[in-house]
Structures are given as C-alpha cells and as structure tokens.
Design a protein around this ligand. Structure first.
Ligand code: ZN
Length: 104
C-alpha cells in the first residue's frame, strides 16, 4: 500500500503534517502543500476550494457544532441535528483516515 501523500496542485510528495492542508472536494478529501493551497486560493479556482479540514479552527468549529446539535436534538428530538453532527465528524474522520494519519 502506497503511504505517500501527494499535493493535488504540484503532484510532489507532502512530507509532514505541518505542511499539509486537506480540503473537502466533491465527495472526498484532497491534499495540498500549505504554499500550494494559498496559491490555489488566490487563483480563480480558489473560489471552488473549501475551508481547510485539518485546521484548528475547523476542529474547534466541529466540536462546537456537535455540542450545539446535541443541544438542539435534546430540545426538539429531531434526528436531523444528530445527522448534521455526524456529517461534520465524518468529514474530519475521513480526512484523517485517508490522508493525515500517513504523515508524522
Ligand atoms: Zn504542492
């Protein structure tokens, strides 16, 4: 099994987790070097890129969303909020399982 992580823009190997940015694109996470991600964001294609999944901001936002969804579920008993929380956690987990865990 190939454990290398490649940058979507320059196709070179990403060596460390500190240099990695993962972005959700269509139905799967995509990896970039930090510098390549910034170039992509500044280009016209940057409009199509999402927020980095593996950032501290996204992780904190996901935890806050989870807590808020649990609160809304307890108040409304609507499973929609549990589904919403599960999707946010799944996106973060898939990014880690498919890309981030391969890097140190
Ligand atoms: Zn790159």
């Amino acid at each position: 099994m190939n454990q290398n992580v490649y940058c979507k823009r320059c196709r070179k190997t990403i060596e460390t987790r500190a240099d990695l940015v993962t972005v959700w694109k269509v139905l799967s996470p995509v990896s970039y070097h930090k510098a390549c991600y910034e170039v992509e964001v500044k280009s016209t294609r940057g409009m199509l890129l999402g927020t980095p999944i593996n950032s501290v901001t996204t992780t904190v936002s996901s935890v806050m969303l989870l807590l808020f969804c649990v609160y809304l579920f307890l108040r409304t008993h609507s499973w929609f909020f549990i589904l919403l929380a599960t999707l946010a956690i799944l996106m973060r987990a898939i990014s880690w399982l498919r890309i981030e865990r391969k890097l140190s």
